[in-house]
Design a protein around this ligand. Structure first.
Ligand code: SF4
Length: 364
């Protein structure tokens, strides 16, 4: 077998072993979820790492584990406590699914994780790539992963054209991911290989300026050979993100603030937020129902970016002079300012109230 200047075999037939040995030599080793075969810890880290960078995940992961050390603790916890521990990580459907999955494991699997990627993928919130990562790390199963980072690496290595999130392109990438494992020897260290792909995508084959000189795939990477690293993967057609506007009412009375709990599905599902209005008439109706109050004070507007739109929030601060009226909605409650931190809130709302009341941080 020929050898490249990198000292790695130059043939494409064992790229998986090259990635595994590169990971052992030069990959990341200090992340708190590494070096465990506990499927609970692996699962938790994999869910948190979806759409979130490792450095951001570390403190959340450690706090989550201290609050819910086992899958049974997580299953038995109130949803509010789970959302509270998640607040600030975004994409809250992940937290709701995490909680639901723990309950399914408790109720239908005697509190144990199933032992194969195929069975894991039937659980709430666990897609095929996450299931494969859990099975590879916890059980050494020869299951391929295809998260965002790996899509980028494979699209470059094999010069796969097309939006990597489009079904047809994704299917081709899955085929390549399966073929890499099939071509590797039975002795392939699946934990190192799986971690290696993630590390390559996060630290070497980055979105801009991939560092091909450090890459174990460089000798036969088609994008590098053809000088097409900047073209691959094919960029997604960008749609303009619409800007939406709303008001949020910070109604304060006798040291309490009116909050409302969102329905379990949809944006910020299950979290506590401020009453939100898209039109002035609805806002006025609620203000009128709050009784005697001073004029609302408009605070600086804030903008929050969701996946498909941006939301410009105009906060209005209103001090209610009468005794706090009963909330008009069963999902609303007057919460003492000192107790706000015990309620899971979306990051922009927590920051807003943090700035206003300068108390215990609402966003940890
Ligand atoms: S050689 Fe360069 S472009 Fe190819 S996989 Fe490695 S870092 Fe990415």
């Amino acid at each position: 077998m020929t050898r490249s200047a990198h000292g790695e075999p130059a043939a494409a037939d064992d790229a998986a072993s090259r990635i595994a040995s590169w990971q052992r030599r030069a990959g990341r080793h200090g992340l708190p979820w590494q070096h465990t075969r506990d499927p609970y810890r692996v699962w938790l880290s994999e869910i948190m790492l979806q759409q979130t960078q490792a450095a951001t995940v570390v403190p959340y992961y450690e706090r989550f584990l201290s609050l819910f050390p086992t899958v049974a603790d997580l299953a038995d916890a109130p949803q509010d406590a789970v959302l509270r521990a998640w607040a600030g990580l975004g994409y809250y459907a992940r937290a709701r699914n995490l909680h639901r999955c723990a309950q399914v494991l408790r109720d239908e699997h005697a509190g144990r994780f199933p032992g194969t990627a195929a069975e894991l993928a039937r659980l709430p919130g666990i897609g095929p790539s996450t299931a494969a990562a859990i099975a590879a790390f916890a059980y050494g199963e020869r299951a391929p992963i295809l998260d965002g980072n790996v899509r980028r690496v494979l699209a470059r290595y094999f010069a796969v054209e097309g939006d990597p999130t489009a079904a047809r392109t994704a299917q081709r990438l899955w085929e390549h991911a399966r073929a890499l494992i099939a071509a590797a020897p039975a002795s392939l260290d699946m934990a190192a290989y799986t971690q290696g792909q993630m590390d390559l995508g996060a630290t070497v084959c980055t979105r801009t300026r991939p560092d091909c000189a450090r890459c174990p795939l460089a000798p036969d990477c088609r994008a590098r050979i053809e000088g097409r690293q900047d073209e691959l993967p094919t960029p997604r057609a960008r749609r303009a993100q619409p800007l939406r506007h709303c008001w949020m009412l910070i109604a304060e009375c006798e040291g309490r603030v009116l909050l409302e709990r969102r329905p379990d599905t949809g944006v910020w599902g299950g979290l506590w937020t401020l009453p939100q209005f898209e039109d002035e008439a609805a806002l006025e109706a609620v203000r009128a129902g709050l009784g005697e109050a001073g004029p609302p004070l408009a605070l600086a507007s804030i903008e929050h970016v969701f996946t498909h739109f941006r939301l410009r929030i105009q906060p209005l601060w209103l001090r209610v002079r009468d005794a706090a009226p009963a909330p008009a909605d069963a999902n609303q409650a007057w919460i003492f300012i000192g107790d706000l931190a015990a309620h899971g809130m979306p990051a922009p709302v927590a920051r807003l109230l943090d700035g206003l009341y300068d108390g215990a941080p609402l966003l940890r």
